[in-house]
Design a protein around this ligand. Sequence first.
Ligand code: FES
Ligand code: FES
Length: 178
Amino acid sequence: MTKFTVNDRPVQYRMDPDTPLLWALRDASNLTGTKYGCGTGDCGACTVDIDGEAVRSCQVTIGYAEGRFVTTIEGLSPDRGHPLQQVFAADNVSQCGYCIPGMIMTAAVLLKRNNDPSDDEMDTAITNICRCGIYPRLRAAIRRAGRIIRGEEQVEAAPPPGITPEEAARTVPALRRL
Ligand code: FES
Ligand code: FES
């Protein structure tokens, strides 16, 4: 039995401790916001926050996560109101969207440490791959989210989604547990 915290809730997985965290999150916890891209640690689509670090969840096991605090894109903010989420929506940063949860989780860790990162600091911290090439918009979004965090700018809030991840999992057939 592996015990840790996911999005502020205690979880116990009756799974092999060598199970990749990505699969426990997606298949056992139905947290499908965390994406599978490459499975080799290269793309960053599976990035989550573990104890304040951006970690590629395909590259660590649930045994590694024992006793740690894991945050996925679903838990980044209770109302999807994190400045990055608001800016991504307001400025149409996403294209296909597949890489976006990993991008946002990585950028959120960066902004927590440094709310005014330089281009070099962004490039060093964010090695995630986007097949749609949103990189210029990503940099602009991080800069704008930084200004919002520093209180220098406001963003018009996107309408609340009106549905929690748990409700979505119940009502969206593709997310239902089998
Ligand atoms: S799926 Fe984990 S880095 Fe690509
Ligand atoms: S927005 Fe399509 S992969 Fe990044």
